[in-house]
Design a protein around this ligand. Structure first.
Ligand code: 5GP
Length: 134
């Protein structure tokens, strides 16, 4: 297990987490979302600006800014619960497992991350083509 760079930090709450980001507001119910699934660890909802016939976002309930933050700081139950939820959404809720789908997580500036709360994109519903824009 790698050493955590910020010893003493409490699990689940990044000190630099922006509590006013749009996904924090969705989690608090302050703005609506088109929900497809929710449990103790994750919330999944349709992207407001879909890039494929199916474009769903899966976010953890904990306050993690990105995949980098989540993979370093989430505890075992949060990680397991989150990834099980994402698989369940793709398989049972969206029915994408047989035909195929893509998951993607952007981190930071060069990754093109816009919303600073960790989220997985699930894309499907068509042949998605090459992995990155040329
Ligand atoms: P990122 O670039 O951070 O990986 O992706 C952020 C995603 O959040 C984008 O695909 C964008 O369309 C989506 N998004 C931004 N604001 C909202 C919102 O208020 N509601 C929903 N459902 N999606 C949003």
């Amino acid at each position: 297990m790698p050493t955590k760079p910020d010893a003493g930090r409490e699990t689940g709450y990044a000190e630099n987490y922006d509590h006013d980001n749009v996904f924090a507001k969705i989690l608090r119910g302050e703005i609506p979302c088109n929900k497809v699934y929710e449990d103790d660890y994750a919330l999944a909802f349709h992207d407001i600006n879909p890039q494929a016939p199916v474009h769903v976002l899966v976010i953890p309930k904990g306050h993690y800014t990105s995949f980098d933050d989540f993979s370093n700081w989430a505890d075992e139950a949060e990680m397991t619960g989150f990834f099980q939820a994402a698989g369940h959404v793709a398989r049972e809720v969206l029915g994408l497992a047989d035909k195929g789908y893509r998951i993607l997580a952007n981190h930071g500036v060069e990754g093109g991350q816009e919303v600073p709360h960790f989220h997985l994109h699930i894309f499907g519903g068509k042949q998605l083509g090459s992995m990155l824009a040329k």
